[in-house]
Design a protein around this ligand. Structure first.
Ligand code: NAP
Ligand code: GCO
Length: 264
């Protein structure tokens, strides 16, 4: 049974994985036996990632690549296939958020979020699918969000992108399941990473940020998630154990989506 969860011999690309959720998922894949490749937007970020992986005792290859740049993505995938081999597992993790009231957000800002969070998963998935078809199998995992299901103030672009990413996940499933490619999503709840640091900042009087308290009350587990909470679900969706799971978004949210929230 444990062999079903092994990633031995597999080549995994995790985008935007110098730190945060991507780093945790790539680290778990390495421990499950996969060969790890990651990219980040500039050399400084890649070098930061390489140092972190080295400190964790994990051998990786890092590439500088802006996932919104189709030519750069195609060149990176071609280089990976030449230097390492055809990618078996892709995690579309790279993402940004802009927290701006919609009526104050420029179209350029909206487009920038959608470009990274939705267009880029399309671009990178399109680049790796031909190799997966030739190889006879593949796993694509899109990092969705609570905002694939819910809205909230100031995150219109992010919610639109992550909602679209849920449907892109279902469509890749629909179009490529016949080639033994499984495309699923992971929908993290509220996870303590640099992306959510502003929502957890201590107040001047040392009290919790109001949003921090809000999330604690909305989460049955009464805590923020950690990137490590996502490792098991990610290995499951990357492994043979999920070969008949396709088009699914696995919410790893401590129960937020099931819970009305603690009475104040
Ligand atoms: P993070 O701390 O902001 O890390 C995002 C990573 O993506 C960074 O390494 C960033 O690099 C990279 N990146 C951004 N734009 C890129 C681009 N154009 N090309 C290549 N790399 C790029 O975010 P996180 O919290 O780990 O989140 C990772 C994913 O999980 C995102 O898709 C996010 O939307 C999603 N998510 C997060 C949470 C949460 O609560 N944290 C919950 C649900 C979903 P730089 O730092 O160099 O820009
Ligand atoms: C926000 C947060 C969320 C999390 C995550 C929740 O501002 O509401 O950043 O969007 O990042 O996506 O699943």
């Amino acid at each position: 049974m444990s062999d079903q969860f092994s990633l031995n011999g597999k080549i995994a690309l995790v985008t935007g994985a110098s730190y945060g959720i991507g780093f945790a998922i790539a680290s778990a894949f390495a421990k499950a036996g996969a060969k790890i490749i990651f990219n980040d937007i500039n050399q400084q970020a890649v070098d930061r990632g390489l140092a972190s992986y080295k400190e964790a005792g994990i051998e990786v290859k890092g590439y500088v690549c802006d996932v919104t740049d189709e030519n750069a993505v195609n060149a990176m995938v071609a280089q990976i296939e030449k230097e390492i081999g055809v990618i078996d597992i892709l995690v579309n993790n790279a993402g940004i958020i802009k927290r701006i009231p919609m009526h104050e957000m420029s179209a350029a800002e909206f487009r920038q979020v959608v470009d990274v969070d939705l267009n880029a998963p399309f671009i990178v998935s399109k680049a790796v699918i031909p190799g997966m078809i030739k190889k006879g199998h593949g796993k694509i995992i899109n990092i969705c969000s609570m905002m694939s299901e819910l809205g909230r103030e100031t995150v219109s672009a992010y919610a639109a992108a992550k909602g679209g990413l849920k449907m892109l996940t279902r469509n890749i499933c629909s179009e490529y399941g016949q080639y033994n490619i499984q495309c699923n999503g992971i929908g993290p709840g509220y996870i303590a990473t640099p992306q959510t640091a502003p929502l957890r900042e201590k107040q001047a009087d040392g009290s919790r940020h109001p949003f921090d308290s809000f999330i604690i009350a909305k989460t049955p587990a009464a805590r923020w998630g950690t990137p490590e909470d996502l490792q098991g679900p990610a290995v499951f969706l990357a492994s043979d154990a999920s070969n008949f799971v396709n088009g699914h978004v696995l919410y790893v949210d401590g129960g937020i989506l099931a819970y009305i929230g603690k009475q104040p």
